[in-house]
Every structure is written in C-alpha cells, then in structure tokens.
Design a protein around this ligand. Structure first.
Ligand code: G4P
Length: 541
C-alpha cells in the first residue's frame, strides 16, 4: 500500500464532521461552545451574561449578524479531542434560517439534534431533521436543559418517535426528580455518574463522580426512592425498549439519545466522548463515476457554501469546500468540472474558533475556505484532473417566501441586475421573473425571510444599490408541466390568476400560490397538469 493511502486511512479514521441542528433557543450555541471548551479550543466558556458578545467572536461574521445578535451564516469550528479531529459545521439557528442551513447538512456525516427538555420536538427541528433523514445520516439526540423542569424522559422518547418517526435509544438516563436531576446512569458502561453543584456558572469543565451501580455511597447520595425509580426505569428500558443496533444508528433509523445540560456542563463530556465513539468517519459520496471513497488517493471535494464579505476589511468571496477524498495541499491544481478549467487552490483557510488560519494540508471530512475567483457555484465539484467526475447534484429546497424586488433608483439598474445575478449564482436567493417583465423587477424566492435582509444589505454594501421590496402573499411554488409535454403558458392554465405565474432562471414555468388549498383548485381545474415542488429535473428535499 502506498504511504499516501496509509496516511489517508489514518486521517480519515480520525475525522468526525457533523452539524448541530435545533429549534432556536434549544441550546445549540451553548452546546457548541461547551464542546469547544471540552475540546480545549477555548478555555473559558462565556458566562450567561457575556455570552452574546462572545458569540460574535466565534461565529458571527457579517455586520448584520452583529446587529441582530444572531448567526446568519454557518461557520466551521475545528478541534482535536482524544486523537480525533472534530469538525462542527454551525448552522444558523434563528427561525429565519436560510438555505445555507440546509446546504450545510449536505456537507456533514452526522448530525446532533438538540432538544429542549421542556419543549420537545419543535418546528425547525422537524424541518432540519427531515433533510438529515433523507440523507440517511446518523442522528444523535441531546436532550438539553436538564437543570430545568421538563417533560418526562419516556414521554420525550414517544414524542420523538411519533413526530419524527425515528426510534431512540437512551445512552444514559437522568437520576433524581424532574428539575433536580443529580446525574445520569450510563447504560453502556453500567455506571452512575453524579455531578456536584456547578459553582462556575458553566464556565469551566465539570467532572462527574463515577460509581458502580450498587455503590452504597451513590445510593446514599441519590436517596432510596430516586434510586428505586432509576432501577425500575432501567429495567423497563432494557426489557421493553429498543436494542442498541449500530447498523440502525449508521443509517439514521435509530437515534442514540443523551440527557444533559449544556449550560451547567451536566453530561456534556460524556456526550462528546460517546458521540466520538459512535459517530461515523467521512462517508463515501455518490458521483457520476460511482461511489468516491474518502481514502481514494485522488483529491476531490465539493462547494457547499459561498460567502461574501465575511471580513469587511476585505471584499472577498469565500467558497467553502468539503473535502471528500485524497489529500488537500495548498497551491494544488484541481479540475473544476463545471467550467472545464484547472484552478490553483491558493490561500486556503481553515477555521479554529475565531481565527482564520492559512492551512497547508487537509483531509476528507475537513472544510476549507478558498478565495473564490468568481467561478464557483454551490454544488460544484473539484477533483484531480486524472479522475474527472461530478458529485451528485444538491437537492433543491423549495422556496416558501417571495418578494418583488426592484432598484429604488432606476439609474442603478445595471448594478442591481449584476448584484442580483451574482447573489442568485451564490445561492443566496432563488430568482423568478413574470412573463414580459424586463430587468426592472424580479421575484425573489427564499426559504426564510432573513435571506431578504441579507439581500438588501448586500446589494447596498457591495453594489451600492438601494432596493424596493414588496413581500408577496405566496408560500408555495410549483413547477408546471403538461402531461403531453406541450408548453405551459398563462393562457393555457386555468386559474393562473389565482396565484402568480413566473419563470425560473432556466425559463421553466412556475406557479406561486398562497397555500395547498389553492393548489388543489388548480389541479382540479387543470386535469392534465403536473406539479412539482422543485424543477422537474431536480431532486427535492
Ligand atoms: P440556540 O443557539 O439554540 O438558539 O440557543 P442558545 O445556546 O443561545 O440558548 C438559548 C437560551 O437557553 C440561552 O439563554 C441559554 O443560556 C439557555 N440555555 C442553554 N443551555 C441551557 C441549559 O442547559 N439549561 C438552561 N437552564 N438554560 C440553557 P438566554 O437567556 O436566552 O440567553 P443568554 O442571555 O444566556 O445568552
């Protein structure tokens, strides 16, 4: 075996690349920060009060994020733990999340789903879970805020199964009474872990006292009655619960479930260690030339995100690349399939907490940021010229919000069109046009309203164009086709005026309507019409 192969086997085996998904406020930012704390990437977690400002340092790049105190774009955090290299791809957690959130999930090998113990499965968790489920990637569940009152653990298991359709396997089980849990029982190691009171407000790592399950000292600390109910619960889980099955975990059919509190560091370290043990190393990827194995010596990767203006001092565009096979080396030349050109990968960047660093080498599972010479688009493949192929196309995420956008000053139309085309190419927005409309106004579609704010901000700051934006009362887009293949035009579509008839960038006809009910009417009145939530030649998520 070549020495490069050996190197790849070793490095790929170390990598764990994942995203944390949750509904806003479930504790994703806090958990991320605590994983960095345990990973030694930061030394003191921000206290609850100062965390909002600290957060800027870690993951907020654009000015708009600072203004709103939210994370608009995903960032990548990397640290080493126990001989493993951990890549956390942060996903925007605000309810106005964007397509970036979805796309980030295309670049990970597993996901951690954070659930607030009191709130259970919430709307955004459901959406993100669906994307992970469709990729069949392993999903780990962290039930957070155990220091608070919340739902009963068994009820949460039922909820996850009923709402998300995935069975769970509790890896640990809370000990004590709701709102005053003292620790957890580790089912694999068969140990009791008790936490002493947190005196540092979660700033410092917290170590658990570990006991055998029948240790009298542990029983005395827990109290007879809590100890009895723990025994009953464990018996019930062992007898009536799901069996642990790594294969089911690997294909996303069973979620290992952990209980803890990110804020008070309760169970965070055990979670991290078990996660590293169970989470997958970088997986092979489908391509036009079959599966590409990460230990394949020929380099390959794909672009999952393009971000402009991360640093206001430099007006740069960064393309985020997920490495899929081979070894990445600075200044290497790769084949860019889409343009059919060789490109030199200079100035690659990697992200460690708040610092951007120039890197020399990276391996499958790693994410590198490259200065984009202006030719990359989302989903593009780059690979070794000796083995040219294309990774499977990204799915399209159906837009749910629409606005009519035009330049306030008609003299600025040229910059407006340039900016809007560029942002569409970056994947920041989806673009539609009404029949006959010139370049004066466009219909912009997004999956979250925050994308409109980003659009407005970027057109102003990068293209010096103020825009007029009118939200449209539509929430559903459907690509249209007649069964006989004839062209769909507004006059041939009954009820076209019940919504808005537009064309996408490739001139495919699309109807925007306000709800599913309106769609039903259109279908009833156009018996030979076919409707698709994404372009007919693309895959939906
Ligand atoms: P997000 O990224 O998922 O949106 O959530 P984030 O971590 O920002 O946490 C949301 C709120 O929940 C924060 O409080 C945070 O301190 C709190 N939180 C996170 N983990 C725990 C936990 O284990 N227990 C308890 N009790 N609270 C937790 P906040 O008051 O909204 O913000 P801040 O002032 O603390 O920043």
């Amino acid at each position: 075996m070549s020495s490069l192969k050996d190197e790849l086997i070793k490095e790929v085996g170390k990598r764990r690349t994942f995203a944390i998904i949750s509904h806003p406020d479930a504790g994703k930012t806090t958990l991320t920060e605590k994983l960095l704390l345990y990973g030694g990437a930061i030394h003191l977690a921000g206290s609850i009060k100062s965390r909002k400002t600290q957060r800027h340092a870690v993951s907020d790049w654009m000015e708009i994020e600072k203004q709103r105190g939210i994370s608009v774009t995903s960032s990548v955090l990397q640290f080493d733990y126990d001989g493993c290299r951990i890549n956390i791809l942060d996903t925007p957690g605000h309810q106005d999340f964007s397509e970036d959130t979805y796309r980030t999930l295309m670049a990970v090998d597993s996901a951690v789903m954070v659930i607030d113990v009191a709130k259970g499965v919430e709307a955004q968790t459901k959406k993100l879970f669906k994307v992970c489920k469709q990729r069949n990637i392993p999903i780990f569940t962290f039930v957070n805020k155990l220091d608070h009152y919340g739902k009963m653990p068994l009820d949460l298991m039922d909820e996850i199964e009923n709402v998300l359709g995935i069975r769970s396997y509790p890896m640990n089980w809370p000990i004590g009474t709701d709102g005053q849990y003292m620790g957890v029982y580790d089912r694999r190691r068969k140990k009791i872990l008790l936490f002493s009171a947190d005196t540092t407000h979660g700033q410092e790592a917290r170590v658990a006292d570990v006991y055998e399950p029948d240790d009298p000292e542990a029983i005395a600390r827990i109290g007879e009655s809590a100890y009895e109910s723990l025994q009953m619960d464990i018996e019930l889980l062992d007898e009536a619960g799901e069996e642990f099955d790594q294969e089911k975990v690997d294909c996303g059919e069973l979620t290992p479930m952990f209980f803890g509190s990110a804020m008070t560091n309760f169970g965070v370290q055990d979670f991290l260690e078990e996660f590293i043990r169970l989470a997958p190393t970088p997986a092979p990827r489908e391509s036009s030339d079959g599966l590409i194995e990460p230990i394949d010596e020929k380099f390959s990767g794909f672009i999952f995100k393009i971000q402009a203006n991360m640093n206001p001092a430099h007006r740069d565009r960064l393309a985020f690349i997920r490495i899929c096979s081979g070894k990445f080396e600075r200044n290497m030349e790769v084949w860019h399939e889409k343009s059919g050109k060789m490109i030199k990968l200079a100035q690659p960047q990697q992200f460690l907490a708040q610092d951007r660093q120039i890197i020399d080498v990276a391996y499958p599972g790693d994410i590198v940021g490259l200065f984009d010479p202006g030719i990359f688009s989302i989903g593009d493949t780059i690979c070794d010229p000796a083995h040219k192929f294309q990774f499977a196309a990204f799915p399209v995420f159906p837009p749910e919000k629409f606005a009519r956008v035009s330049a306030k000053d008609t003299m600025k139309r040229k910059q407006f069109v340039k900016g809007i085309m560029q942002l569409t190419q970056e994947g920041a927005i989806q673009l539609f046009q009404q029949p006959g409309a010139g370049m004066e106004s466009y219909i912009v579609g997004t999956v979250g309203t925050l994308q409109f704010e980003v659009l407005e901000y970027r057109l102003k700051n990068e293209y010096n164009v103020d825009i007029e934006m009118n939200m449209q009362p539509y929430e559903v887009a459907r690509w249209l086709a007649f069964e006989d293949g004839s062209e769909v035009t507004p006059d041939k579509l009954h009820g076209a005026d019940r919504g808005m008839f537009v064309y996408d960038r490739k001139n495919n006809p699309v109807l925007l309507v306000s709800n599913e009910w309106a769609l039903g009417w259109i279908l009833d009145n156009n018996p030979h019409l076919e409707l698709n939530p994404v372009p007919f030649d693309r895959k939906e998520v």
